[in-house]
Design a protein around this ligand. Structure first.
Ligand SMILES: NC(=O)c1ccc[n+]([C@@H]2O[C@H](COP(=O)([O-])OP(=O)(O)OC[C@H]3O[C@@H](n4cnc5c(N)ncnc54)[C@H](O)[C@@H]3O)[C@@H](O)[C@H]2O)c1
Length: 351
């Protein structure tokens, strides 16, 4: 379905901006609808701005007049919803925005998409897809083994609960109304342009600012890391050939305890920007995040079978690449620090 149009929502964020680039490179026309919340950044799209088949629109996925008009004008073959409130710590502080965006606005986006889909006919109606971006966190924590696409939902944080609720609406709109929806789900994704509230960029920004590196609990929580270009290669497969009713889980297969991730990051910074003492000496254990999931793990067997997908960038290669990007992109970093960014780790709250 190359040459067709994809409406990406949340395309000014971390994963979305990489997906916009990847789909344009693959020959799709892309319309990017993003509200530009604190997490959205047009600098993320500097590489694609001005590209002929690319259009940026600032707006809310829940704005039914705006989205309805966009669908009528651009007639996308695919809607890929990545727009979300995405940070667990913020959801613990206050879940309201998470329910508004990840549930309420998703339901309104589904409704607008349904009206549009019903107005289509023939091949255009047949090939239309609504893809929802989801997270391994909807399954909750797993002590041993791996979740699969058939595992039950057991979200533990308000963020995960809001994403799970969004997924349920996506499923319900297919079962109830026939809207051709599907779900793509990712494990912890990292790479250039991730907003620095998330673990890896947060540690980089703290280290470069001469601040302690706050690690929750004893740092024993395990995350499965996937480099962002690996994920978007998989998401492009879903755009190309994903089927309604299916769920596709993408996982990096790189399980690391948080403390080991932070120590590796410190070792690379020690080599690139040595300070008076090793950055690891500034690791500070802070009060654990409430309800902190110990381990996430998903199998990527299905996407291997269906799309021939497997990750290509090891954590040992991707982590230094990511750190080097943050070191090189001082303007990007500074633009976020200029907004007064101090980090939102629960254990670091002044109050
Ligand atoms: N980053 C990860 O590790 C990860 C892992 C699994 C799944 N996900 C999911 O992938 C998606 C993208 O994650 P990310 O890390 O790139 O997030 P992000 O926070 O970097 O970007 C979110 C984007 O959505 C936009 N947005 C927020 N509310 C909006 C609204 N109402 N209307 C339009 N735009 C809105 C923001 O401006 C921002 O550009 C999310 O759905 C997230 O739940 C992320």
């Amino acid at each position: 379905m190359k040459n067709s149009t994809v409406l990406i929502t949340g395309g000014a964020g971390f994963i979305g901006s990489h997906l916009v680039e990847a789909l344009l490179a693959a020959g799709y026309r892309v319309v990017n609808l993003d509200l530009l919340t604190y997490a959205g950044n047009l600098d993320n799209l500097a590489n694609v701005e001005g590209h002929e088949p690319y259009t940026f629109v600032r707006g809310n996925i829940g704005d039914q007049d705006l989205v309805g008009a966009l669908l009528a004008e651009h007639r996308p073959a695919t809607i890929f919803n990545l727009a979300a409130e995405s940070h667990v710590d913020r959801s613990i502080d206050d879940a309201t925005d998470f329910i508004d965006t990840n549930v309420g606005a998703v339901q309104r986006l589904l409704d607008t998409s349904l009206k549009h889909w019903r107005s289509l006919a023939g091949a255009e109606k047949e090939s239309f897809r609504f893809i929802q971006m989801s997270t391994d966190e909807t399954y909750g924590s797993i002590a041993t083994g791996e979740f699969t696409e058939d595992s039950p939902y057991e979200p533990n944080s308000p963020y995960a609960a809001s994403k799970a609720a969004g997924d349920h609406f996506v499923r319900a709109y297919r079962v109830t109304y026939g809207l051709p929806t599907l779900i793509a789900r990712a494990s912890n994704t990292y790479g250039p342009r991730q907003y620095p509230e998330k673990l890896i960029p947060h540690m980089i920004v703290c280290a470069l600012g001469g601040r302690p590196l706050p690690v929750y609990g004893q740092g024993l929580n395990v995350r499965d890391w996937m480099f962002v270009t690996d994920l978007v290669r998989g998401l492009a497969c879903v755009v190309d050939a994903g089927l309604p009713g299916e769920t596709y889980n993408f996982a990096g297969g790189e399980e690391w305890k948080n403390i080991d991730t932070v120590r590796s990051l410190c070792a690379h910074l020690d080599r690139c920007v040595p300070a008076a003492q090793s950055y690891a000496a500034t690791i500070t254990y802070v009060t654990d995040r409430p309800g902190h999931d110990l381990r996430y793990a998903m199998s990527a067997d299905k996407v291997g079978r269906v799309f021939g997908w497997k990750p290509q960038v090891s954590f040992a290669a991707g982590l230094p690449l990511t750190i080097d990007w943050y070191l090189a992109n001082t303007t990007w970093r500074q633009s976020i620090l200029d907004t007064g960014y101090q980090g939102t780790r629960i254990g670091l709250r002044a109050s």
